[in-house]
Write a protein that binds this ligand. Structure first.
Ligand SMILES: C[S@@+](CC[C@H](N)C(=O)[O-])C[C@H]1O[C@@H](n2cnc3c(N)ncnc32)[C@H](O)[C@@H]1O
Length: 309
């Protein structure tokens, strides 16, 4: 199944594309969002398409002089761009992995197919899921399942995974799924028992939360005044990072609320006086029912938008 871009129109509209603007698609994936940005850019516009998965870039590369491909982690953006392109007009993050990656059994992301215990987004990374599960203690694994998967049965699952490993019974994603599922006595009709644990292992292995936090901070420096940052997240952990980042750098910072409600002039004055305020929160958008019906993957998506001030 092809990857269907989530909140496509909403996220690109939020970027308010200027014909000769410079944009970063920090998560190029299958190019869905980049294509729509391109359709709004003039000949002098530029888009830096970033993805740390080279197979994705090679498979979905669009040949267009206005796109510059960057195979790297989005947390390295400042280092990669190194003041070469000046400030940018907008940056988009569409977090997580694409259907192209999820549905490829060889990548080991899915409990639906059997494949190697890989789960690396960046295939140049040395450690894969199997190495990780072998390396960490049962206690650490239990913490990971709790923190990144919000998994209630984290202790039992960690014990079981380690038991399978010890008995040489953990050789592929099917074994991992089995080691997790056997902990659950009652089956949930709607949610696969291994979903949370697979998510947790993937997030920890790829340092997704740390990388996101770094990249958000970097994007503050990269944006022009009035430049837009739009982030689509897919689970509460990611969304919390994005929400807190936007709040921390904006008027939502509770320390500076003196009285509520503030007039527009008072708000502008506050921004003017507070050098540490760098963002103005613009919007929070959820997919509508039609999008969710057409693309179930979108059901947990949240788009948050802020403007650099
Ligand atoms: C949900 S997909 C993006 C889909 C894309 N917006 C589209 O419409 O086709 C997320 C992409 O981000 C990439 N990615 C995830 N974490 C990354 C990181 N830390 N640095 C760079 N790319 C990353 C993944 O490899 C994946 O291709």
């Amino acid at each position: 199944m092809n990857h269907i871009p989530v909140l496509l129109k909403e996220s690109i509209n939020s970027l308010n594309i200027k014909s000769n603007g410079i944009y970063i698609d920090a998560t190029y994936g299958c190019g869905g969002h980049t294509k729509l940005i391109l359709s709004k850019l003039g000949i002098n516009g530029r888009i830096y398409a970033v993805d740390c998965d080279i197979t994705t870039i090679l498979k979905y590369k669009i040949l267009d002089k206005r796109i510059i491909y960057i195979h790297n982690n989005f947390s390295n953006l400042k280092f990669i761009l190194n003041n070469k392109i000046g400030k940018i007009d907008g940056i988009l993050f569409d977090l997580g992995i694409s259907s192209f990656q999820l549905n490829n059994p060889k990548r080991g992301f899915s409990y639906m197919f059997n494949g190697p215990l890989d789960m690396r987004i960046n295939q140049n990374q040395n450690i894969n899921a199997y190495n990780l599960l072998q390396k960490i203690s049962e206690r650490k694994l239990s913490e990971i399942l709790k923190l990144y998967g919000e998994e209630k049965f984290h202790k039992k699952i960690a014990f079981n995974i380690k038991k399978y490993l010890l008995n040489n019974k953990l050789n592929n994603t099917k074994d991992l799924s089995h080691s997790i599922c056997s902990v659950f006595k009652k089956k949930n009709k709607f949610k696969h028992p291994a979903r949370r644990s697979f998510q947790a292992i993937r997030i920890f292995l790829n340092k997704e939360i740390e990388e996101l936090q770094k990249a958000l901070n970097i994007s503050l420096d990269l944006l022009k005044k009035n430049g837009i940052i739009s982030v689509i997240s897919f689970h509460s952990l990611e969304d919390r990072i994005v929400k807190n980042f936007m709040k921390k750098n904006s008027l939502h910072n509770k320390n500076i609320f003196k009285k509520i409600p503030l007039t527009e002039i008072e708000i502008n004055n506050l921004y003017y006086k507070n050098n540490n305020l760098k963002l103005k929160i613009i919007d929070r958008i959820f997919p509508n029912k039609i999008e969710i019906l057409k693309n179930l993957r979108s059901r947990s998506a949240i788009l948050r938008v802020a403007k650099k001030i």
